[in-house]
Design a binder for this molecule. Structure first.
Ligand SMILES: *Cc1c(COP(=O)(O)O)cnc(C)c1O
Length: 457
């Protein structure tokens, strides 16, 4: 309510506008002053969680003031108007080339990929490219093209099932064996045949932040190529890992160093450290993109090629990605990933002292802590995260592992750059007290409900 002032005579904004419920069904007939509209909106959004305490999301919740300036100054620049904004188009291509280089792609292709709204659009486009390449090869060989399938583990993001349903491809989702959290060549091989348009491997899964056995899958695809003449591409879903592992584990070969990897998607808005709304699809080489998927139009004065699902969209986040690339450089990204991993390790060390919790370990992994409430306890992960939300507004997800691992409820705490050591320690303190309270309550003792203390003490 700061800045409230009289607009009409002696009526305050508060009395004029803030005494009514917000419109929910119809666009109001009349207009408001900008300030009243802003107050109404801001006061309502306050009821949402504070993104800084959201340890559930992989998505960037903090950017530098200069990056925010880039965003503010370019929100009105429509990215698709390549003819009008050729520099912006060129900057997007630079980002694609830089990623191609970061992922050890061969040669120096001009535009080996595209900017997207996020990894989901990148996945749709990358998978469509695989489908069309498969279709063309089958047609050329005079073979049927009515039964395409895509092979992946149950540890993938839901976007892969979505692609299969939207674009009419049979999803061959391979279950994760009990006790395992990722997939490798042995599980995938029986599902691959001549109708397989591609195999998907996840580098940094949504469930545990681990990686499918990309090296093993690459070896399998190499063998299928030489022994059975099946030429099947691998697409790597590096939505999160694509901006982590090149810096934290540069020796880990998951990218174009592997012969079978033909395309990679990465979310700029996850560890690319840009606010939500940008992702990337990167091809090994320009041959991976079938010409049929490129549309040419000249609505805006110049013949222009597009390979997207969306049309108009802001340039702001794409330009902010380039800002980050030149601002941080590889050294800066490496330093930021180290900082996240250091705080992740500090949080893990504290939680490792809790005998109620069991921690998942193993590298390479995204900067997150995965914990499970031991079976002996009389409370669940859901109880614990509920307690944490109540205590200080922490948002920590508790969820089930993929099918065949039912009952394996885990909690995931993502440690992003805004999760400072102080915040990690505060979370560990709150987890400690919450566990003690939950145990007392389970033992029938009366325990005072925690009071949300907001920021600090
Ligand atoms: C987040 C994520 C996606 C979806 O990415 P968006 O950028 O949110 O569209 C896909 N795959 C994995 C592994 C992810 O972590």
């Amino acid at each position: 309510m700061s800045g409230t002032e009289a607009d009409t005579g002696s009526l305050t904004l508060a009395e004029q506008y803030l005494t009514q419920p917000a419109p929910v069904r119809r666009i109001p007939e009349g207009s408001l002053t900008p300030r009243a509209a802003l107050h109404i909106l801001q006061s309502e959004v306050l009821l949402d969680g504070d993104p800084s305490k959201n340890l559930a999301t992989f998505v960037t919740t903090w950017m530098e003031p200069e990056a925010r300036t880039v965003i503010l100054e370019n929100l009105h620049r429509n990215f698709i108007d390549h003819a009008e904004y050729p520099r912006t188009a060129e900057i997007a291509n630079r980002c694609v080339r830089m990623l191609h280089h970061l992922y050890n792609g061969p040669g120096e292709p001009e535009a080996p990929g595209t900017a997207c709204a996020g990894s989901s659009e990148g996945v749709m486009l990358g998978a469509l490219a695989m489908k069309w390449r498969w279709k063309k090869a089958r047609e050329t060989a005079g073979q049927a093209t009515d039964k395409p399938n895509l092979v992946y583990g149950a540890d993938v993001h839901v976007v892969w099932d979505k692609f299969c349903r939207y674009f009419d491809v049979e999803p061959r989702q391979v279950p994760i064996a009990r006790g395992r959290t990722v997939v490798g060549p042995d599980e995938l091989e029986p599902h691959i045949d001549e109708n397989t348009i591609g195999v998907v491997a996840v580098v940094g899964t949504t469930f545990t932040g681990e990686c499918d056995d990309v090296l093993g899958i690459d070896a399998l695809l190499g063998r299928l190529r030489s022994e059975r003449g099946l030429d099947i591409p691998m697409h790597v879903d590096a939505a999160s890992g694509g901006f982590v592992f090149p810096f934290s584990h540069p020796e880990f070969e998951w990218d174009f160093r592997l012969e079978s990897v033909k395309s990679i998607n990465v979310s700029g808005h996850k560890f690319g450290l840009v606010y939500p709304g940008v992702g990337w699809l990167v091809f090994r080489d320009e041959e991976q993109l079938p010409e049929e998927l490129v549309f040419y139009e000249d609505y805006l004065g110049e013949r222009d090629a597009t390979f997207t699902l969306n049309f108009s969209g802001s340039s702001a986040l794409i330009l902010a990605q380039f800002y980050n690339f030149i601002r941080f450089g590889r050294e800066g990204y490496a330093s930021l990933v180290r900082a996240m991993n250091t705080n992740r390790d500090a949080l893990a060390a504290r939680l490792g002292e809790e005998d109620a919790l069991e921690l998942l370990s193993g590298e390479p992994r995204l900067p997150l802590v995965i914990a499970r409430v031991r079976d002996e306890e009389d409370f669940t992960g859901t109880d614990l995260v509920g307690e944490l939300a109540q205590r200080r507004g922490w948002m920590v997800p508790a969820y089930e592992m993929p099918p065949d691992n039912e009952g394996q409820q885990i909690m995931r705490m993502m440690v992003k750059i805004n999760q400072s050591r102080e915040l990690a320690d505060a979370l560990a303190d709150d987890i400690h007290v919450s566990i003690a309270d939950l145990r007392k309550r389970a033992a029938g003792q009366r325990v005072k409900r925690p009071v949300h203390r907001g920021h600090g003490y």
